[in-house]
Design a binder for this molecule. Sequence first.
Ligand code: ADP
Ligand code: GLC
Length: 482
Amino acid sequence: MNILQVSAEIFPLLKTGGLADIAGALPAALKAQGCDVRVVLPGFASILTDLETPTVLAQINAPWGDLVVVRYGRLGTLNVFAYVIDVPHLYHRNGTPYEDEHRQPHGDNHRRFALLGWVAAQLAHGLDLYWQPQLVHSHDWHAGLTCAYMAFLPHQGQRIANVFTVHNLSYQGIFPPSYFFDLGLPLEAFHVHGLEFHGQLSFMKAGLFYADHITTVSPTYAREIQTSVQGCGLDGLLRTRSGELSGILNAVDNTVWDPAHDPHISFHYDVHKPFDKALCKAEFQKESGLALQADALMFGIVSRLTEQKGLYLVLSVLDTILSRGGQLVVLGTGEAWLEAAFRERASMYPKAVSARIGYDEANAHRIFAATDVTLVPSRFEPCGLTQMYGLKYGSLPLVHRVGGLADTVVDSSLEDLANGTANGFVFDEFTMQSLDRAICRAFALYARRYEWRRVSECAMSQNLGWEHAAIQYKALYQRLCT
Ligand code: ADP
Ligand code: GLC
């Protein structure tokens, strides 16, 4: 079965968050299920550089006139065939793929990402004479127009099916209505039954409206986004599409995240021989200037520092962590006030708090290996990957009961300790008090070393690999193609 994957990011070539991890792992996972997966990507420099033996597949004009070169080749790092949209003036920029160095969205983002959907639709409709997808799978708002273009662009032959995956409904790709005329879509698309959203354009809504099927990245989030609390104004549409909406839980790429083989960490361990995790902790304490204390309960955060992640709650429970002899390690980048707040705490308590502001893949691995607890107190969380990395590395996740966090973490309550299913800590109310109690629960369990070891064993031995999710995606694709 031929599948075309459409995304703006792909690990390890370009990553701002979990979307890249999923886009990077899914092709191999689907390949293991017998699918022939190719990807289409914007021509960011790191992606073009990785493209081996590229050939020019087509030179075509974008709806607004720009000359677009579509290159075809093999992404060497990922061993995946790729179509790359090479338009240097659109993609060769400073900053992130979405924002400039002053953290402002690029003024022509509607063009930069419309083109991704537009080229994907051309490929669906036969741009490559030697390979045509049977199904197109696009991810998040950046690729949302794929489904709209597939609905409207003329094509011959059989209609190609599509799936749209929501990784985070709160980033919607909203643009002023006048930009519609750049897109090359018929006027009927600018409609409440289309991509119009409160008088604006919404790329996310285009995906939700025109896709044959919508998935999101956990079963709980699939339910949550159909409520007004988490629906970001799109819950009405999502409820009307509930028959074509499902949650498939993300997974962990075991070739990247495995404490037994991880090249980023100095000491390797696994559930059967966990002892060297203590060496990772000691090394990290030494390197980051923390007190060299084996029994200090060490909490870790690896995260975008945004409102979604609920990290301001952590600031208000820091006293509880410190007064009980704990340590806090933060790696993140994002909102300036949160960056400043964590920096300030690190300078106030250099022996107990370490904060690195920035993006550092290797350091992220070292933090999961060093810490005892991974904190993910998100206000909402479509899936969340860091709690799963925490599970794998024996850094017990402490999470708010929402979205994918609720689907992956089982609280260390007495009954779940007794039946051997507890793998972390979960709090219900998104309040400082509720988080504080969960932190206290973590300290209480840490004091009972035998039970802590049992919970760690449960966490580390969970099967979080891609096979199950890939089987579910393939079954969905097959259903849509028949
Ligand atoms: P989201 O996609 O909402 O940011 P996820 O938990 O799904 O949240 O994925 C976050 C991914 O980004 C994980 O792979 C995590 O390790 C990584 N990450 C986040 N912040 C940083 C950082 N500052 N440095 C390195 N990796 C980071
Ligand atoms: C988004 C979500 C996160 C999810 C990731 C990968 O960025 O915020 O919860 O894990 O996508 O699907």
